[in-house]
Design a protein around this ligand. Structure first.
Ligand code: ZN
Length: 253
Protein backbone atom coordinates (compact mmCIF):
# COMPACT_ATOMS: atom_id res chain seq x y z
CA UNK A 1 0.00 0.00 0.00
CA UNK A 2 1.21 3.52 -0.76
CA UNK A 3 2.12 5.97 2.01
CA UNK A 4 -0.81 8.13 0.97
CA UNK A 5 -3.21 5.27 1.80
CA UNK A 6 -1.49 4.45 5.11
CA UNK A 7 -1.60 8.13 6.15
CA UNK A 8 -5.28 8.48 5.21
CA UNK A 9 -6.32 5.35 7.09
CA UNK A 10 -4.36 6.37 10.22
CA UNK A 11 -5.82 9.90 10.13
CA UNK A 12 -9.36 8.56 9.70
CA UNK A 13 -8.90 6.14 12.62
CA UNK A 14 -7.45 8.91 14.82
CA UNK A 15 -10.48 11.07 14.00
CA UNK A 16 -12.95 8.25 14.73
CA UNK A 17 -11.23 7.56 18.07
CA UNK A 18 -11.17 11.26 18.91
CA UNK A 19 -7.38 11.40 19.39
CA UNK A 20 -5.75 14.81 19.95
CA UNK A 21 -3.57 16.00 17.08
CA UNK A 22 -0.19 15.13 18.67
CA UNK A 23 -1.29 11.54 19.30
CA UNK A 24 -2.87 11.33 15.83
CA UNK A 25 0.54 12.29 14.36
CA UNK A 26 2.23 9.50 16.32
CA UNK A 27 -0.26 6.96 14.91
CA UNK A 28 0.40 8.27 11.39
CA UNK A 29 4.19 8.16 11.82
CA UNK A 30 4.02 4.69 13.36
CA UNK A 31 1.98 3.45 10.41
CA UNK A 32 4.78 4.55 8.03
CA UNK A 33 7.63 3.17 10.12
CA UNK A 34 7.74 -0.39 8.64
CA UNK A 35 8.46 1.15 5.21
CA UNK A 36 11.21 3.36 6.66
CA UNK A 37 12.93 0.68 8.71
CA UNK A 38 12.24 -2.98 8.01
CA UNK A 39 11.22 -5.16 10.94
CA UNK A 40 13.18 -8.39 11.21
CA UNK A 41 11.88 -11.82 12.11
CA UNK A 42 13.75 -14.96 13.07
CA UNK A 43 13.47 -17.79 10.53
CA UNK A 44 14.84 -21.31 10.30
CA UNK A 45 17.07 -21.76 7.28
CA UNK A 46 19.08 -24.56 5.75
CA UNK A 47 20.65 -27.03 8.18
CA UNK A 48 18.22 -25.69 10.81
CA UNK A 49 20.26 -22.51 11.23
CA UNK A 50 18.40 -19.52 12.61
CA UNK A 51 18.68 -16.25 10.72
CA UNK A 52 17.07 -12.80 10.78
CA UNK A 53 15.00 -11.95 7.72
CA UNK A 54 13.21 -8.80 6.62
CA UNK A 55 9.47 -9.04 7.19
CA UNK A 56 7.51 -9.35 3.94
CA UNK A 57 4.76 -6.73 4.26
CA UNK A 58 2.15 -8.46 2.12
CA UNK A 59 2.81 -11.81 3.77
CA UNK A 60 3.59 -10.54 7.25
CA UNK A 61 3.96 -12.96 10.13
CA UNK A 62 0.61 -12.63 11.90
CA UNK A 63 2.08 -13.65 15.27
CA UNK A 64 4.56 -10.79 14.97
CA UNK A 65 1.68 -8.38 14.26
CA UNK A 66 -0.20 -9.71 17.31
CA UNK A 67 2.92 -9.28 19.47
CA UNK A 68 3.09 -5.64 18.37
CA UNK A 69 -0.57 -5.22 19.32
CA UNK A 70 0.06 -6.73 22.77
CA UNK A 71 2.96 -4.32 23.18
CA UNK A 72 0.62 -1.47 22.26
CA UNK A 73 -2.02 -2.65 24.72
CA UNK A 74 0.51 -2.99 27.57
CA UNK A 75 1.65 0.58 26.93
CA UNK A 76 -1.99 1.68 26.95
CA UNK A 77 -2.49 -0.07 30.32
CA UNK A 78 0.57 1.79 31.67
CA UNK A 79 -0.93 5.07 30.52
CA UNK A 80 1.77 5.48 27.86
CA UNK A 81 -0.57 6.33 25.00
CA UNK A 82 2.18 7.73 22.77
CA UNK A 83 4.08 4.39 22.89
CA UNK A 84 0.82 2.51 22.44
CA UNK A 85 -0.06 4.45 19.29
CA UNK A 86 3.43 4.06 17.87
CA UNK A 87 3.24 0.25 18.17
CA UNK A 88 -0.37 0.23 17.00
CA UNK A 89 0.62 2.28 13.94
CA UNK A 90 3.35 -0.20 13.04
CA UNK A 91 0.93 -3.10 13.42
CA UNK A 92 -1.84 -1.57 11.29
CA UNK A 93 0.67 -0.96 8.49
CA UNK A 94 0.98 -4.76 8.17
CA UNK A 95 -2.78 -5.25 8.58
CA UNK A 96 -3.33 -2.89 5.66
CA UNK A 97 -0.65 -4.44 3.44
CA UNK A 98 -2.02 -7.92 4.16
CA UNK A 99 -5.33 -6.84 2.58
CA UNK A 100 -3.72 -6.27 -0.81
CA UNK A 101 -3.28 -9.23 -3.16
CA UNK A 102 0.03 -8.87 -4.98
CA UNK A 103 -0.14 -12.12 -6.97
CA UNK A 104 2.40 -14.95 -7.18
CA UNK A 105 5.93 -13.67 -6.36
CA UNK A 106 4.43 -10.17 -6.07
CA UNK A 107 4.06 -9.77 -9.86
CA UNK A 108 1.15 -7.34 -9.49
CA UNK A 109 2.61 -5.50 -6.50
CA UNK A 110 3.50 -2.24 -8.23
CA UNK A 111 0.38 -1.99 -10.42
CA UNK A 112 -1.94 -2.83 -7.49
CA UNK A 113 -0.31 -0.20 -5.28
CA UNK A 114 -0.56 2.35 -8.06
CA UNK A 115 -4.27 1.57 -8.48
CA UNK A 116 -4.80 1.85 -4.72
CA UNK A 117 -3.28 5.33 -4.64
CA UNK A 118 -6.22 6.56 -6.73
CA UNK A 119 -8.77 5.43 -4.11
CA UNK A 120 -9.94 7.34 -1.03
CA UNK A 121 -10.47 5.80 2.40
CA UNK A 122 -14.13 5.09 3.10
CA UNK A 123 -15.47 6.66 6.28
CA UNK A 124 -18.15 3.95 6.34
CA UNK A 125 -15.45 1.28 6.60
CA UNK A 126 -13.71 3.10 9.47
CA UNK A 127 -16.96 3.64 11.38
CA UNK A 128 -18.08 0.04 10.79
CA UNK A 129 -14.74 -1.16 12.18
CA UNK A 130 -14.94 1.04 15.28
CA UNK A 131 -18.63 0.26 15.89
CA UNK A 132 -18.23 -3.51 15.63
CA UNK A 133 -15.00 -3.67 17.59
CA UNK A 134 -14.87 -5.79 20.75
CA UNK A 135 -12.47 -4.91 23.57
CA UNK A 136 -10.86 -8.33 23.66
CA UNK A 137 -7.52 -9.89 22.63
CA UNK A 138 -9.37 -12.84 21.11
CA UNK A 139 -11.33 -10.47 18.89
CA UNK A 140 -8.10 -8.72 17.84
CA UNK A 141 -6.44 -12.05 17.02
CA UNK A 142 -9.52 -13.14 15.03
CA UNK A 143 -9.19 -9.92 12.99
CA UNK A 144 -5.45 -10.40 12.42
CA UNK A 145 -6.03 -14.03 11.42
CA UNK A 146 -8.94 -13.32 9.10
CA UNK A 147 -7.40 -10.60 6.94
CA UNK A 148 -7.38 -11.87 3.38
CA UNK A 149 -5.76 -10.29 0.33
CA UNK A 150 -8.18 -8.69 -2.14
CA UNK A 151 -7.30 -8.26 -5.81
CA UNK A 152 -9.77 -5.41 -6.33
CA UNK A 153 -8.29 -2.10 -5.03
CA UNK A 154 -11.45 -0.57 -3.56
CA UNK A 155 -12.31 -3.84 -1.74
CA UNK A 156 -8.71 -4.10 -0.48
CA UNK A 157 -8.80 -0.55 0.89
CA UNK A 158 -12.28 -1.04 2.41
CA UNK A 159 -11.24 -4.20 4.27
CA UNK A 160 -7.87 -2.76 5.27
CA UNK A 161 -9.58 0.31 6.76
CA UNK A 162 -12.27 -1.70 8.53
CA UNK A 163 -9.88 -4.21 10.12
CA UNK A 164 -7.34 -1.52 11.07
CA UNK A 165 -10.11 0.56 12.69
CA UNK A 166 -11.62 -2.42 14.57
CA UNK A 167 -8.21 -3.45 15.92
CA UNK A 168 -7.29 0.13 16.88
CA UNK A 169 -10.57 0.67 18.74
CA UNK A 170 -9.96 -2.50 20.74
CA UNK A 171 -6.30 -1.74 21.58
CA UNK A 172 -7.12 1.86 22.55
CA UNK A 173 -10.40 0.83 24.23
CA UNK A 174 -11.32 1.12 27.89
CA UNK A 175 -8.68 -0.29 30.24
CA UNK A 176 -11.18 -1.02 33.02
CA UNK A 177 -12.48 -4.59 32.97
CA UNK A 178 -16.23 -5.03 33.05
CA UNK A 179 -17.71 -6.52 36.27
CA UNK A 180 -18.88 -9.44 34.10
CA UNK A 181 -15.31 -10.22 32.97
CA UNK A 182 -14.02 -10.03 36.56
CA UNK A 183 -16.83 -12.38 37.68
CA UNK A 184 -16.16 -14.88 34.89
CA UNK A 185 -12.41 -14.83 35.53
CA UNK A 186 -13.00 -15.38 39.24
CA UNK A 187 -15.30 -18.35 38.56
CA UNK A 188 -12.86 -19.88 36.05
CA UNK A 189 -10.01 -19.46 38.55
CA UNK A 190 -11.99 -21.11 41.36
CA UNK A 191 -12.87 -24.09 39.16
CA UNK A 192 -9.25 -24.36 38.03
CA UNK A 193 -8.00 -24.44 41.62
CA UNK A 194 -10.65 -26.91 42.78
CA UNK A 195 -10.59 -29.34 39.85
CA UNK A 196 -7.60 -29.03 37.53
CA UNK A 197 -4.86 -28.16 40.03
CA UNK A 198 -5.55 -31.20 42.29
CA UNK A 199 -5.79 -33.42 39.20
CA UNK A 200 -2.38 -32.17 38.01
CA UNK A 201 -0.81 -32.81 41.45
CA UNK A 202 -2.37 -36.27 41.79
CA UNK A 203 -1.31 -37.19 38.22
CA UNK A 204 2.29 -36.13 38.93
CA UNK A 205 2.36 -38.01 42.27
CA UNK A 206 1.01 -41.20 40.66
CA UNK A 207 3.65 -41.04 37.94
CA UNK A 208 6.41 -40.42 40.50
CA UNK A 209 5.17 -43.41 42.50
CA UNK A 210 5.19 -45.61 39.40
CA UNK A 211 8.68 -44.33 38.59
CA UNK A 212 9.97 -45.41 42.01
CA UNK A 213 8.33 -48.83 41.68
CA UNK A 214 8.93 -49.67 38.02
CA UNK A 215 10.50 -47.37 35.41
CA UNK A 216 12.56 -44.34 36.60
CA UNK A 217 11.94 -42.53 33.26
CA UNK A 218 8.25 -42.23 34.18
CA UNK A 219 9.32 -39.52 36.63
CA UNK A 220 10.39 -37.35 33.71
CA UNK A 221 6.87 -37.48 32.29
CA UNK A 222 5.34 -36.08 35.51
CA UNK A 223 5.81 -32.35 34.73
CA UNK A 224 4.57 -32.92 31.16
CA UNK A 225 1.43 -34.63 32.45
CA UNK A 226 0.80 -31.85 35.01
CA UNK A 227 1.22 -29.11 32.41
CA UNK A 228 -1.10 -30.95 29.98
CA UNK A 229 -3.81 -31.26 32.64
CA UNK A 230 -3.53 -27.56 33.56
CA UNK A 231 -3.67 -26.49 29.91
CA UNK A 232 -6.66 -28.75 29.28
CA UNK A 233 -8.73 -26.23 31.26
CA UNK A 234 -9.46 -24.27 28.09
CA UNK A 235 -11.90 -21.91 29.74
CA UNK A 236 -9.35 -20.79 32.32
CA UNK A 237 -6.63 -20.39 29.70
CA UNK A 238 -9.04 -18.28 27.60
CA UNK A 239 -10.16 -16.14 30.52
CA UNK A 240 -6.59 -15.52 31.67
CA UNK A 241 -5.73 -14.06 28.26
CA UNK A 242 -8.87 -11.90 28.44
CA UNK A 243 -7.81 -10.72 31.90
CA UNK A 244 -4.30 -9.85 30.72
CA UNK A 245 -5.83 -7.44 28.16
CA UNK A 246 -7.03 -5.43 31.16
CA UNK A 247 -3.92 -5.95 33.26
CA UNK A 248 -5.52 -8.40 35.66
CA UNK A 249 -3.60 -11.57 36.38
CA UNK A 250 -4.68 -14.90 37.79
CA UNK A 251 -4.72 -13.29 41.24
CA UNK A 252 -7.23 -10.72 39.91
CA UNK A 253 -4.96 -7.78 40.71
ZN1 ZN B 1 4.41 -1.77 3.53
Amino acid sequence: MKWKNHVEVARAIAKALGLPSELASILVEGSLQPDREADKVIRIGRRHMLYRARMAHHRADRRFVMDLLWKARRARLDDRDADALWCLGRAIHYVEDLSVATGPFGVWHDSREKDLAGHRVSETAILAGVRNSVNSPHFVWECVRSIAPHPEPSAALFHASMYAAAISASVMGDVRPSPRLVGELRRARRRHKLVFLPMAVIGALVLCGLALLYQPWLGLAAPVLSASILLADREYVYMRVEGRWFGIGAGLK
